[in-house]
Design a protein around this ligand. Structure first.
Ligand code: H79
Length: 573
């Protein structure tokens, strides 16, 4: 009996639910990406041909169709004698990054770790003889940084059956399953077995079919149940099968999302090192991107591309040092915070409990910070770095005005703390009528409740999904200045199993009903007419959308509702 209990407790400790598993990721916000491989040795140039600045230097093999034989020959020369895992991890830590993701294998197929699956790996193939993945994992553990690996599970330009190399290998004769069984899965198994607990596995260029994706998910869950899986384990045109969504490379959503997400971004225009690309982002840009991402509920995975000898390009170190200096002082306004739905002309906000962090990117000339859209009273306000000096706060007409301190400004982002009374409440976003008198009620303008969630559709578009019951709803607030009749159209994608499900769209007091029509497998948005709505007089109206009844699955991927005046609108007194 006791043994049984012990076993059960142990099982509970290891196998966490999805929500518990992702807690650290939600808290930590900021990670280091490392792109490093034989392409770093080419540094953006092959036989006099250069990868254009702003393009991905780690794609050089594919860009110039370098034959496998020659690329393999070149890879023998990788000998990163200056590689120092301790220094890299220390840099990540000084920058305020909490997880490190290293390319264990990129699309070129070369393993940067000791692999028994293929001798095309840094230990067996080069004079280096060391395992950088092992060294990094050890240093991360010592430093309290989560160690993670990137593994290109689908693309492999070296393996005859891998995806992507059609210059050496005949596409029609490939047996993709053979590549998966011979190389991709066994190598992933090695990574999940030999390097201790991994924070996450970062897959790229998702699998073709959901069945294939499920096998990779299962492999990770079986070997390391607490390890996170990024969204790109699966295809962008399919539903999310990992733990969180990734934006497209260097992507930034237009607004906040109601799901866990991360954006991978580079410090210049390439991931792998290029000696030609010296277009480095400034520390200010990096700091403000971090803040913007966190203000929208996301994580920032920021890349460095070490050189072939293992050293990190000095300009990128310099940028990270300055980001780190800001983070050491202001990290409290980043870690453990949540998204904040307000955006301001002068900056962004993040929130933790009753502390609203106002990130001032460009201080107003008159020194008065106007916070519009906040419904809560502000109890007290002060600069994060100077809590003892209280700032004057005045509230009038829905705008809270905070007097900025005269000194102590940070040129990149000065953080002001506003302690609010109660749970954050903000004014809804109000849509107003433009010259064509139409309204587009899109995802970003919506307020969601229940399970309805704003999501990234992974082809770069946004929608609202997870509607399963009438309480899952989205609401838009409209200021209609022109009375009259409006046509109502709805744009969505829906899978076959949703066909026929009924939904309700309320326009003010009027209720329109529709039945979902399927639009194809995934994300094939179409527009449907829902009828007319009569607006008797100008004013403020709510438009609300929700399923008519409970269903076991998602109703649709709603992109927008469009209201367009028909006929001649009445003029208003
Ligand atoms: O690892 C980094 C990229 O190499 C990888 N994702 C990040 C994290 C990635 N995989 N696929 N893609 C990015 C899409 C790639 C597009 C391009 Fe290209 C590569 C654009 C330019 C080079 C494809 C090949 C289009 C032109 C050449």
């Amino acid at each position: 009996m006791i043994r049984l209990i012990v076993t059960l407790v142990a099982a509970c400790l290891v196998v966490e639910g999805a929500e518990e598993r992702i807690q650290w990721f939600r808290h930590d916000k900021f990670g280091m990406f490392i792109h490093w491989g034989p392409y770093s040795l080419l540094a953006g140039e092959w036989q006099g041909q250069r990868v254009p600045v702003g393009s991905e230097a780690e794609w050089i093999m594919q860009r110039f169709n370098i034959p496998v034989k020659q690329y393999r020959e070149m890879a023998h020369g990788l000998d990163p004698e200056k590689f120092n895992a301790q220094e890299i991890v220390a840099l990540a830590k000084r920058t305020g990054m909490k997880y490190v993701v290293i390319t264990a294998k990129h699309h070129d197929g070369f393993a940067m770790y000791r692999s028994k699956v293929s001798n095309y790996n840094i230990v067996d193939w080069t004079a280096f003889k060391r395992d950088p993945v092992e060294e990094l994992s050890r240093e991360c553990r010592k430093a309290g940084i989560r160690f993670c690996v990137y593994y290109s599970h689908r693309e492999d330009w070296d393996h005859p059956d891998g995806y992507g190399n059609n210059w050496d290998y005949d596409r029609t004769r490939k047996n993709f399953e053979r590549y998966l069984e011979e190389k991709s899965k066994p190598q992933l198994r090695e990574l999940l077995t030999n390097y201790g607990p991994l924070g996450l596995v970062w897959f790229d260029r998702g699998m073709d079919t959901p069945q294939q994706t499920a096998e990779f998910v299962k492999l990770v869950r079986t070997l390391q149940p607490n390890c996170l899986i990024n969204g790109r384990v699966g295809n962008y045109a399919q539903d999310l099968m990992g733990d969180y969504q990734n934006m497209n490379d260097n992507g930034m959503p237009a607004g906040g999302l109601d799901e866990y997400w991360e954006t991978p971004q580079t410090l210049n225009g390439t991931w792998g090192y290029s000696r030609f690309d010296q277009q480095w982002k400034t520390p200010g840009v990096v700091i403000r991107r971090l803040v913007e991402i966190v203000s929208k509920g996301g994580n920032y995975l920021l890349n460095i591309g070490p050189m072939a000898d293992g050293t990190i390009p000095a300009p990128s170190v310099a940028v990270l040092e300055q980001v780190g200096a800001w983070m050491r002082k202001n990290g409290d306004s980043i870690y453990g915070t949540s998204a904040c739905p307000m955006e301001f002309p002068w900056g962004r906000c993040t929130i933790k409990d009753n502390r609203l962090f106002l990130h001032v990117f460009s201080p107003p000339a008159d020194g008065i910070l106007r916070v519009s859209g906040l419904r809560n009273p502000v109890r007290t306000a002060y600069a994060l770095l100077e809590p003892s000096r209280k700032l004057a706060v005045r509230g009038s007409g829905g705008v809270t005005a905070i007097s900025l301190p005269p000194g102590g400004r940070d040129e990149n982002d000065t953080v002001i703390v506003a302690e609010i009374a109660g749970k954050l409440e903000t004014e809804p976003f109000v849509l107003t009528q433009g010259s064509d008198l139409g309204f587009e009620l899109d995802t970003m303008a919506a307020a969601t409740s229940g399970k309805a969630a704003k999501r990234f559709n992974r082809e770069g578009k946004f929608h609202i999904a997870r509607w399963t019951a009438p309480e899952d709803s989205a609401t838009w607030t409209l200021l209609i200045s022109q009375a009259g009749t409006y046509s109502v159209r709805i744009r969505y994608a829906a899978r076959p199993e949703s066909a026929g499900a009924r939904y309700v769209l309320n326009v003010g007091p009027q209720s329109l009903e529709g039945a979902v029509e399927q639009t194809g497998p995934w994300y094939q948005y179409r527009t449907f007419d829902l009828g007319m709505a009569k607006i008797e007089k100008a004013g403020r109206y709510l438009v609300t959308m929700h399923p008519a009844e409970s269903a076991g699955h998602n109703l649709m991927y709603l992109q927008s509702v469009v209201l367009q005046p028909v006929g001649v609108p009445q003029m208003i007194d």
